[in-house]
Design a binder for this molecule. Structure first.
Ligand SMILES: N[C@@H](CCC(=O)N[C@@H](CS)C(=O)NCC(=O)O)C(=O)O
Length: 208
């Protein structure tokens, strides 16, 4: 049994989608970020930077924080979405999500979606970066079926929930035909649909 410490955010959804994909038994413990649950001492023992997602694998008696490390652990445990002979490439795209795509789109959410009008500099900077991310991903996906080659991997699972906030980004996903193709294929996966709505509130994946 995996316990997933979760909030309904793109970083949280990466792990609920992965758990659905690999069909592991899991339960969700919600961390209410607005109430400051992430600062509880028990949670900080598992996640020292006070951030979701985190997991405890009660069978193996191990805990992990950082979504990329969690995805690698679950992929290794299940033997899925992390082919041994393609790990160099998968790791690069996973790190690209962790270090660039997620944090930069996260800033764009803050300046453009949640706090528009507060900082012209911040809004312009992260809007430009968001547009660049869409363009670069689209260009890459014109040459590759999925981010790390022909197969769907943990790099795609990590990136998908961020692009699924496309209606907040205002970049216009449909203008990017390769990124749109990738998005639509992943959107239709049964486990992605289930993991996206991990709290079972009827949340649907945004259409293009
Ligand atoms: N690099 C981390 C980022 C995690 C992260 O930023 N989590 C946010 C929610 S999406 C959080 O827990 N924020 C609470 C806080 O910083 O107080 C990962 O991928 O796991």
């Amino acid at each position: 049994m995996i316990e997933l410490f979760y909030s309904n955010t793109p970083n949280g959804k990466k792990i609920s989608i992965m758990l659905e994909e690999i069909k592991f038994d899991y339960k969700i413990t919600e961390i209410d970020l607005s109430k400051g649950d992430q600062f509880n001492l028990d949670f900080r023992k598992i996640s020292p930077l006070s951030k979701i997602p985190a997991i405890t694998d009660h069978k193996n008696k191990v805990s992990f924080f950082q979504s990329g490390a969690i995805l690698i652990y679950l992929a290794e445990q299940s033997g899925q979405f992390y082919e041994k002979n393609n790990r160099n490439l998968i790791n690069q795209w996973l790190m690209a999500q962790m270090g660039d795509i997620g944090p930069m789109l996260g800033q764009h959410h803050q300046f453009h979606h949640f706090n528009s009008g507060k900082s012209k500099f911040g809004e312009e900077r992260y809007f430009d970066i968001a547009k660049r991310i869409y363009k670069d991903l689209d260009e890459h996906l014109s040459k590759s079926d999925f981010l790390a080659g022909k197969k769907y991997t943990i790099a795609d699972i990590a990136t998908f929930p961020w692009i699924a906030r496309h209606h907040w980004h205002d970049v216009g996903l449909k203008k990017f035909k390769n990124l749109s193709r990738w998005y639509e294929i992943i959107s239709k996966r049964e486990s992605v649909i289930k993991g996206f709505d991990a709290l079972k509130k009827g949340e649907e994946i945004p259409k293009i």
